[in-house]
Design a protein around this ligand. Sequence first.
Ligand code: GDP
Length: 425
Amino acid sequence: MVKAIVGANWGDEGKGKITDMLAQDAEIIVRFQGGANAGHTIVNDYGKFALHTLPSGVFYGHTTSVIGNGVALNIPLLFKELKEIEDRGVPAPKLLISDRAQIVMPYHIEMDALEEERLAGRSFGSTRSGIAPFYSDKYAKTGFQVNELFSDENELKEKIHRISEIKNVMLVHLYKKPPIDETELFETLMGYRDMVKPYVCDTAAYLYTAVKEGKNVLLEGQLGALKDPDHGIYPMVTSSSTLAAYGAIGAGIPPYEIKQVVTVSKAYSSAVGAGAFVSEIFGDEAEELRRRGGDGGEYGATTGRPRRVGWFDCVASRYGMRLQGTTEVAFTVLDVLGYLDEIPVCTGYEIDGEVTEDFPVTSRLERAKPVLEKLPGWKCSIRGIKKYGELPENCRNYIEFIEKKTGFPITMISNGPGREDIIYR
Ligand code: GDP
C-alpha cells in the first residue's frame, strides 16, 4: 500500500516527524521531488537531525530508503548527510538511488547564487542550492541523469563540452565569471560515479514489484502545496511539484497505487522566502511565536533563516489540502499555541472590499487582507497527552473549528517533536 506524506502549506509543516513516525510500519520510504533546498527536522532516539536529501525513514533498520527519479540529486551533500548520521551512531541505511535521477551540477549551485545576487532586492529568496537551474536544465533536456555517469567516458566528455558552451554564455557574459573548467567537471563527475555506484538501480522497477507484493511504501514530499509550480504562489514557488500526485511520477509507480494521502498542516503558519503570506504577523507578537515555534524556534533547517510566521490560514490550507487529494490530515505543533489567551484564525480573505474563502491567483493574493476570527486559548501544556478526550476543551474546539473550515478529517494530532508525541483520533 502506498501512502503519501505531503504538506498543505508553504513547507515546514512537520512532515519529517510524521514520516519518521509512520516509517515504523513501513518497509520503503521514497523521496520523489525536490532536493537539498529544504530540510526535515527529526527528533528521535538518536538525537535531533536535519535531513535534506535522505528520506526520513533512514533511522530504522527495517526500511529501505529510495531516492526517486524526480529528485534533484546533490551527490556530495547526500554522502555528507549519510556520513553525519553514521557518525552519530545510526546504522548504515539501506539506500537505493534511481538510475534516472538527475544530478545537481556544481554550475547549478554557482548560477543559482549568481542569479540571486544579480536580482538583489527582487530575488526569490532561493536557498542557493541550485534547484531552479537544475530543473530548468532537466526540462530543457540539458541535464545529466545518474546512469550517464556509467556511460562511455568520451560521450560524457563530449556532452560536458556541449553543455558548457551554453552555460559559459551566461557565466562569462551575464555574470562576468570564468567559464566552466571541463576537465575539472569531468573529474568531479567521476568522483560522483564512485560514490553512487553501490546504490544505483532501476528504483521504479524495484518499487513496482514491492507495491505488487503488498509492501508498505511511504512517499515523502518536500515543501507544501502552496510552493507547487502549477498550483502555488507562482513565481514564489519551488521548481518541482510538491503534490502527492507527482509522487507517482517522481517515484515511477502507478498513480492508482497511492491509496492514502496524509497531508501535514501546522497549527499556525510559517513560510520561508518571499511571496504573499496573508495571515503573516509581525513585531513582538511574531517574535514570540517564532521563538516558541517548532522544536527550538522557527528557523530554517537548511539556512538557519528566521521563518516568517502567522496565524492558521483556513483559506490557504483548505486549498492546499484539496490539491493534495487529502484523505486525512496530520495536525502538528499544536502544543506551541498553549501560551495564548486567544488564538486568531484566518477564515477568509478580503480582496478589493469582498470577502472570499477561495484561494486566489497570485495577482489577487497580493491584495488580500486576512479576515480573522478569535478562538479562546487553553493556556496550558498539552505535551504528553495521548488521548483526544484528554485535551482541554478549548484545544479540541480549535481542532474541530479548523477541521470544519478546511473540510478534511484531522486523524492525527502532534503535540511534540518526538515520535511518540501523537494523538490518534
Ligand atoms: P518539514 O520540512 O515539514 O519536515 O518540517 P520542519 O522539520 O522544517 O519543521 C517542523 C519543526 O517542528 C521541526 O523542528 C520539528 O522537530 C518540529 N515539530 C514537528 N512536530 C512538532 C510538534 O507537534 N510540536 C513541536 N513543538 N514541534 C514539532
